[in-house]
Design a protein around this ligand. Structure first.
Ligand SMILES: Cc1cc2nc3c(=O)[nH]c(=O)nc-3n(C[C@H](O)[C@H](O)[C@H](O)COP(=O)(O)O)c2cc1C
Ligand code: SF4
Ligand code: SF4
Ligand code: SF4
Length: 600
């Protein structure tokens, strides 16, 4: 085996790949060869490190120095300075946001990683996802080997999962062990194990990152689940927009089969199991479990009533379990480290960690994995580095279109399934969007509702018609024509949709509205009564004016105005906006360097 004195890890997740990380690898290999270091330094293509907005990211070991926003032109300097002379390239070591240089010196010491705990993402950014040997070297397939070769009984495996307290990471938080037990207890020759990698929530990308960075962990976990419930066939339902994830997962399945880790008589036992990939076309509703199974069957992806639950009658009418990618990623660790170890992390009713896709108005944007019980404040300020431009925190949205907004007064609530529901939101699959003082909460509710209206499958009337009615009311309010009656109607329709819809898409669609009405009711009232959007976001309630005293008479705003509704005399008279003609495009505000244009 070759030994190397240094390893250069380059992120090749979707974000960094689109920012030239493959070119960086080529350049690194060229430079290492040119300087005679190619036998001493190994370049490793890895999955995502998490700090996506700072990519392409490179980590040099053994020091663990992380370089951000690396470009192919930086490679020669990294080789000649760091790898040849041991001098770090300091200019590439500071993230463009809040982490001070001395703290960013080592990956694990940086603010972004210090409060994180990586269980599901344990191998992402650490191993080459295309190498089964690297996965095996990081305890990969050890859990599967343990249960098969030591003949652990299927119900004992399930017991471990139940004892660990693992709950589904795909949204609902259903106890994973219990789901497996229901399926295991069904007497049927044919059962199925499915993995939900549809990941439809806007902004969420943890499942993609796990599949891209650690696909074998899903293959191993599905095999364990299959053994536990008595299945011999698995399907992974992945959205087709994830080509790198699909390629790496297929590669992992093929390699695992060639190593005898899936397929016939695994580890020379009588357990056989194989996996196939099915591509989804990107409909949000196809992430719902019954719709997903219809889609795998080749039918239209419409939800069907439950019961019967999939554990009894699922894919092709057979007992089936469906788990989310992140749920599966925890399974091998639970078997390897023990249920008690896992249950020791997190809160009383929510064990382990949760991965969030942190985005919006926060300095450090990316994937973060935190122990359950971490507060929103710790995520936003300690890990996320706070709000850019010194703006005030307003809310954080979790759970995507099914979730809600958590206001500043709940910043110190420990995050777990139950606390988020009590706060009027939900865990969802892990989207976390931070909003600052400039975010209009009525507009945010409208944004999520537009998504659900677009994605409703139309099968049941409360969701198909009701979500559209709610959107119409919100449009009326944001265009300045809302009344107090509209607020009452909005709540009434929301509650009816929640009660009457067939699947969770409709049942949860009102959440963004109900939670913003609960926590930010005064903003709704301002829109309706005062005809004012305090953030200047809702066009129907916004006016642009020029403050004469601040105007330097430069004329730039008038040049940029697409409808020529700004007049004035260059160098002589302050400029003025004709409000009756203004289309509220905001070009004048952006053009004025003297802050003379104000939006109200
Ligand atoms: C409209 C809708 C979309 C969903 N999308 C996803 C998804 O993309 N990924 C996912 O894992 N679960 C999704 N779910 C939840 C699944 O129906 C199911 O509960 C989950 O995959 C079960 O896995 P878990 O127990 O490991 O969370 C969605 C549910 C609904 C109602
Ligand atoms: S709730 Fe919406 S998405 Fe679900 S079945 Fe009804 S119409 Fe379709
Ligand atoms: S760009 Fe600003 S300073 Fe110049 S004319 Fe317009 S408002 Fe006045
Ligand atoms: S907002 Fe747009 S349309 Fe209105 S005055 Fe400014 S540039 Fe002209």
């Amino acid at each position: 085996m070759d030994l190397f004195r240094a390893h250069v890890l380059v992120c090749c997740g979707t974000g960094c790949t689109s920012a030239q990380s493959l070119k960086i690898i080529d350049r690194m290999e060229e430079e290492l060869t040119a300087s005679g270091l190619n036998k001493e330094v190994k370049v490793v293509k890895t999955g995502c490190f998490g700090l996506c907005a700072e990519g392409p990211i490179m980590v040099v070991y053994p020091e663990g120095v992380m370089y951000y926003r690396v470009s192919p032109d930086d490679i020669r300097e990294i080789v000649t300075e760091h790898l040849l002379k041991g001098r770090y390239v300091q200019r590439l070591m500071t993230v463009s946001t809040s982490v001070p240089l001395d703290q960013a010196r080592n990956v694990d010491e940086s603010d972004f990683f210090k409060k994180q705990m990586r269980i599901a993402l344990r191998n992402c950014g650490i191993i080459n996802p295309e190498s089964i040997d690297e996965y095996i070297a990081h305890d990969g397939y050890q859990a599967l080997a343990h249960i098969l070769t030591e003949k652990i009984k299927p119900l004992d495996v399930i017991d471990q999962i139940k004892k660990s307290g693992l709950r589904g990471r795909g949204g609902g938080g259903f106890p994973t062990g219990l789901k497996w037990e229901f399926a295991a207890r069904q007497m049927n020759e044919q059962k199925y194990v499915c993995c939900n990698a549809d990941e439809g929530d806007p902004g969420a990308f943890m499942d993609r990152s796990i599949l891209e960075g650690d696909p074998h962990s899903i293959v191993e976990a599905m095999a364990i689940a299959a053994y536990a419930i008595g299945a011999n066939q698995g399907y992974v339902y992945v959205r087709a927009e994830y080509p790198i994830a699909v390629k790496r997962l297929q590669g992992a399945i093929d390699l695992a089969r060639s190593y005898g880790l899936i397929g016939q008589n695994i580890f020379d036992t009588d357990f056989s199991f194989d996996i196939e990939i099915r591509l989804g076309a990107g409909a949000f509703v196809c992430g719902e479990e019954t719709a997903l199974m219809r889609s795998i069957e080749g039918k239209r992806g419409n939800p069907t009533p439950r019961p019967p639950f999939p554990a009894v009658k699922g894919l092709f009418g057979k007992p089936t379990i469906l788990n989310n990618v992140e749920t599966y990623a925890n399974i091998p660790v639970i078997i390897n480290k023990g249920a008690d170890w896992f249950a020791g992390v997190g809160t009383e009713k929510s064990k382990g960690t949760k991965v969030f896709a942190l985005g919006g108005k926060v300095n450090n944007v990316g994937l973060v994995e935190i122990p359950m019980g971490t507060t929103v404040r710790e995520i936003v300020y300690d890990i996320g580095g706070g709000i850019p431009a010194g703006k005030a925190f307003k809310a954080v949205q979790t759970g995507g279109p099914s979730g809600g907004c958590i206001p500043a007064s709940l910043l110190d609530v420990p995050i777990d399934y139950d606390n988020l529901v009590a706060a009027g939101s939900m865990m969802g699959s892990g989207g976390m969007i931070v909003m600052d003082e400039d975010t209009c909460m009525v507009d945010i509710a409208k944004f999520f509702l537009e998504f659900t209206v677009e994605e409703s499958c139309g099968k049941c009337a409360p969701c198909r018609i009701g979500t559209r009615r709610m959107l119409e009311i919100l449009e009326k309010i944001t265009s300045g024509h809302g009344t107090m009656d509209d607020l009452d109607n909005l709540e009434r329709v929301a509650l009816a949709i929640r009660e009457g819809s067939l699947c969770a898409l409709g049942q949860t669609a009102p959440n963004p509205i109900l939670s913003t009405m609960k926590h930010f009711r005064e903003e709704y009232i301002e829109h309706v009564v005062d005809k004012k959007c305090r953030c200047g976001v809702c066009k129907g309630l916004t006016t642009y004016t020029i403050i004469a005293d601040l105007c330097k008479k430069c004329g730039l705003c008038a040049k940029r105005c697409p409808v020529n509704c700004i007049s004035g005399v260059l160098g002589k008279e302050p400029y003025v906006i004709d409000a009756s003609q203004c289309i509220k495009c905001g070009a004048c505000e952006q053009a004025c360097k003297f802050k003379a244009v104000v939006r109200r």
